[in-house]
Structures are given as C-alpha cells and as structure tokens.
Ligand binder design. Structure first.
Ligand code: CA
Length: 418
C-alpha cells in the first residue's frame, strides 16, 4: 500500500501538531441536534465533516466519476456500507476527502457541512458483524500464564506457532462513553469448597487495538498475509472489559465466555489503515520458531502508543509496537480454514503489554492479581475496579513529517451490578 498522494495543507485552521490533522481523517458515525439521523462523519481538527452531504453535492454536480456512490454509502447509520466497497473505494474516498479539505475551491461548498465536535453526538461506528479477540502480546500471555497457571510453562505450547484467539460477542460491543454494568455470575477460588453467585469482585480492563474489516470474502476462501491490507480498513482503541473471577472459574476447557461477553468498548473514531502508514514497523521477531508459510509475508507491526487512565491517573503506557503477531497474520489465521469475513468484522489484538510494569495493559498484571495495588492521585488504592470508576484509554501513532495521528479515546464508567 502506498501513502495517499496529494496536498498536505488544509484551508481549515488546524495547527500542524493537532492529533486530527489532514493526515488522519478518521471515520465515525455522528448525529446533530438539527439532524438526529446517524450518518458517517469525518473528523478534521475539532470539526466533523458531514461526509455524505458533501459527497452528495459532488455527485449532484457531476464532479464524482463512475466510482461507487459514496454519498449513499455515507448517509447510512454505520460504516458497514462503506466497508463493503473495498480497498480501491476506501483509497479513492480518502483522496477525495483530502482534496475537498485542501483545495480552496471547495471551501464555500464544504464549510456549511462542518460541525463543531461538541455539537456532535457519536454513535457506534460499525454494525459489528463477527468479533474475535486475539492474544498477541508475549509479555501479556506470559504474565497471565504465571498468574493463572503457576505450575506450568508461562506460554502454552502453541503460542508461538499461531495467533491464539476466541470468538467474542459482537452484540455487546459499545461505543466509547457507554456505562458498563458490573457483571454478575459464578466464581470459585481454588480454596473455595463450592462456587458462589454474585457481582464480580475482580473487574478488569484490557487495553487493546481493534481492527475493523471490510471487503467481505466467500466461504471457503483464505486471506493471505500479503492481501490482508485489502481487508483491514482501520483501527480502533478497544477495552476488553474482563471479570477475572468469572473468567478463572469458567474458562477451562473452552476459553473466555461470560467473563468477557458483557461489554467491549471501542473508540468512536475508526482510524484508516492508510493514516498509519508512517507507523508501520517490523515485528519484534518470529525466528524461534519460524512460523508456517501461510503466516509469512508483509507482516507489519504498528507503532501505536497507548495510555490508560483510571479516574484521571495514568496507570499504564502500553506499546503496540512490541506485539509478537501482526494484524495481517491474525486475519490470515482467522481465515486459513476457509472461514469468510464480513463487512464490519472486528478483531482485537489482545491485551497490549510490555516487559516493564508501567507498560502492562491490564490491572491483573499491573497489580499482579490484586496483590500489588495501584495508588491513584486521590490517594485511594485499586486492585480491581470499583463502582463509579472511569477508565479512559487514548492512543496516538507517528504520522508523516513528524506529525502525530490521534486515535481518540475509549472510555467507560462502571455502574453497580443490577
Ligand atoms: Ca482480550
């Protein structure tokens, strides 16, 4: 994939160091008081472009050629119709957005369709088709292994041969800002004589990136590592809320279930993969053992810097560049058995954790299963989350020419069990 060509100066008054400059242009689904119908919006600076309305002007004026009808795709309440158009249309759309936001000739036509961010309501950006969560950080997998299975090897024997994942619950993916109700369920500690039922007492977070998929495929076909970028539309920040006590009791032998399925928060903005061209980095290394041929190819990493704040106190800064597996390999593995993908599929990277304590992406690891509590700015301590706690994850990546690409935020507040 090549960097989108075109001018880099916008006629809008956006500072060069803004996290949402002309090289970012993330997509979301928005509504306004004047027009409460959710439709696709594109962020530039602290404004949101009503993308479908502007595309309709271009279409009606005959300025748009024989390509897909972006105005129609963008005047729908999710990104899925746009995701269905595929990589060539995504690239053309981005080039067109850059043109109308940089060429002064479009200023008068576009300006009425720019809304201040504070006047815009954000909605879940995609109608999530299938949701899969991977487990791609070696440090996270090792830490969890030591905590949950202290008598065994930290990494399971398959871990360096395939990107481990599980199918999650697409219907409980929520947009940033949605409250999260404390889950209730069964738990049983190793020393407990019998399971008990009640609200989770070990409610946790997992700081991840989520990858949004488009360009659906046919059942029985595979996506290669080299072709993955044709189906990887973009990236969101993802918080895989996790009830560790429910999880620990239920997960053998079929993996995560109710300890994860109650809620997954994603950022409202989907950052196009093209905006992360300058953030592509080599993977840390997969030579020992070498992976099977179907997992080889353009397996890029992404240099995305995450930050996790709990009630305003930064508790972790995970580095996505350290992930062992590439999203391209995850997509190749996800489809190697012939499973098709659908527009709006979402898969998570797995918790992003690094070797240092301050780069661990879950409270499980940060507090070592609650035994080393964190101290927050107000002097209170946390092993796991309390009712009323707010967790906010933010992220940025390097952009072209020393700029930074913001990924927005994924935030949520815990409300009491019902
Ligand atoms: Ca996870």
């Amino acid at each position: 994939m090549t960097t989108t060509p075109g001018p880099t100066k916008t006629w809008l008054d956006v500072p060069a160091d803004h996290l949402f400059g002309i090289d970012n242009l993330p997509y979301g689904v928005v509504s306004t008081t004047a027009d409460p119908t959710p439709r696709v919006g594109v962020r530039i600076g602290d404004l949101v472009l009503d993308a479908g309305a502007v595309a309709a002007i271009g279409r009606d004026a005959g300025q748009v050629g024989d390509g897909p009808d972006l105005a129609t795709a963008w005047q729908t309440p999710s990104l899925n119709a746009f995701l269905a158009l595929g990589r060539p249309a995504w690239t053309a759309a981005r080039a067109w957005l850059r043109e109308v936001l940089t060429d002064e000739v479009h200023r008068d036509g576009v300006s009425p369709h720019l809304h201040p961010l504070e006047d815009v309501r954000m909605h879940l950006p995609i109608e999530v088709a299938d949701y899969v969560d991977f487990y791609a950080s070696e440090d996270h997998a090792s830490n969890v292994g030591k905590i949950f299975r202290p008598d065994n090897a930290a990494l399971p024997p398959n871990w360096k041969h395939l990107p481990i994942g599980y199918h999650g619950r697409s219907g409980t993916v929520v947009v940033s800002g949605t409250d999260v109700v404390r889950p209730t369920g069964q738990r049983k500690g190793p020393a407990d004589p019998a399971p008990v039922y009640g609200p989770s007492i070990r409610l946790d977070i997992e700081a991840e990136l989520g990858y949004v998929v488009g360009g659906s495929t046919q059942l029985g076909t595979r996506i290669s590592v080299d072709d993955a970028s044709d189906h990887l539309f973009g990236v969101v920040i993802l918080n895989d809320w996790s009830a560790r006590d429910i999880q620990a009791w239920e997960y053998v032998p079929l993996g995560p279930f109710l300890g994860k399925s109650f809620a997954t928060t994603i950022s409202a903005w989907v950052t196009p993969l093209e905006a992360l061209d300058a953030a592509r980095v080599p993977l840390p290394g997969q030579s020992d053992p070498e992976v099977l041929p179907y997992l080889r190819g353009d397996a890029f990493g992404l240099d995305v810097h995450l930050e996790v704040a709990l009630n305003g106190t930064v508790v972790s800064r995970p580095e996505h560049a350290g992930m062992y597996w590439s999203p391209a390999q995850m997509l190749a593995h996800l489809t190697v058995n012939g499973a098709s993908v659908r527009d709006g599929d979402l898969f998570g990277s797995g918790t992003v954790s690094g070797p240092q304590r301050e780069t661990r992406g879950s409270l499980l690891e940060l507090t070592w299963n609650g035994t080393e509590p964190l101290t927050l700015a107000d002097g209170s301590t946390r092993g796991f989350l309390e009712d009323g706690d707010t967790v906010t994850m933010t992220a940025w990546a390097p952009g072209p020419g020393g700029t930074r690409i913001g990924l927005g935020e994924a935030t949520g507040t815990i409300s009491p069990a019902r």
